[in-house]
Design a protein around this ligand. Structure first.
Ligand code: SAM
Length: 234
């Protein structure tokens, strides 16, 4: 279990069916730490941006009732494949191909923990033209849409429970865009309070290649961290 506000995992984690193949997947150490610290066995854990199913592999291993949502049928199929393993007494997770801006099939105050890893605006595009895919929005519009997600996450979470979100910054015209802080503000705006602000170190940051050359030419630092914000619903 991580004990400080800096999380750094040199190996990304390849136990069970974790494989790291999905673009922009998160290390299984992240949901594992969140689940162990902020939930108990038999609790309901929601991932509203499921991707390749990393969080649900962990809910299954750790005996939580996992619910995963993704707007794109491709990662949904990958998740189902990755969840094809047997454990004794596990809960088989529920998976929905749905838009997390509208979670009307989930009741108010029905979730014990949320582990969210959205697209970082349009830095990586996850589809060409799926209506509502948050990776198709540039920063200003992305913030409008993530606000809708935050509102729904606030509604479905039980009182006094936790919602964690991993988000990174970006660089435009040689300057930083503090996307992480902007997203944090949207979660505060819907009523969450900030429990933890964690720096997640990135190890795949290349000290060679395109960005390295640009960083030398224009004298800027390569981004090597993301933020993991943990909010509480008061
Ligand atoms: C950063 S990836 C998540 C990766 C995941 N943590 C993993 O380990 O594989 C973000 C995911 O959000 C999905 N997504 C984008 N817009 C969405 C929306 N409105 N509702 C639900 N999922 C969405 C994308 O299809 C993509 O799979």
């Amino acid at each position: 279990m991580e004990a400080t506000t800096v999380w750094s995992f040199k190996d990304r984690g390849n136990w069970a069916t974790h494989n790291g193949k999905y673009r922009g997947n998160w290390s299984p150490y992240i949901p594992r730490n969140l689940i162990l610290r902020y939930s108990m066995e038999n609790d309901v854990v929601l991932d509203p941006f499921l991707g390749s199913g990393t969080t649900l592999i962990e809910t299954k291993l750790l005996k939580r009732k996992g619910i995963g949502i993704d707007i794109n049928p491709e990662p949904i199929a990958i998740s189902k494949e990755n969840l094809r393993f047997n454990r004794n007494n596990e809960y088989e997770p529920l998976i929905y191909n749905h838009d997390s801006r509208n979670l009307d099939f989930l009741e108010d105050k029905s979730i014990d923990l949320i582990c969210a890893h959205p697209p970082y605006a349009n830095i990586i595009k996850y589809s060409e033209n799926i209506e509502g895919d948050l990776s198709l929005y540039d920063i200003d519009d992305f913030l409008i849409e993530i606000h809708k997600v935050a509102k729904e996450l606030f509604r479905v979470l039980k009182n006094n429970k936790y919602c964690a979100i991993l988000i990174g910054d970006t660089r435009r015209n040689k300057h930083m865009i503090p996307l992480g802080f902007y997203v944090m503000q949207e979660f505060l705006n819907v009523g969450f309070v900030l429990k933890e602000s964690i720096i997640k170190e990135q190890h795949n940051c290349q000290a060679t290649g395109f960005w390295y050359k640009k960083s030398i030419d224009h004298n800027f630092l390569l981004i090597a961290h993301e933020y993991l914000f943990v909010f509480r619903k008061p």
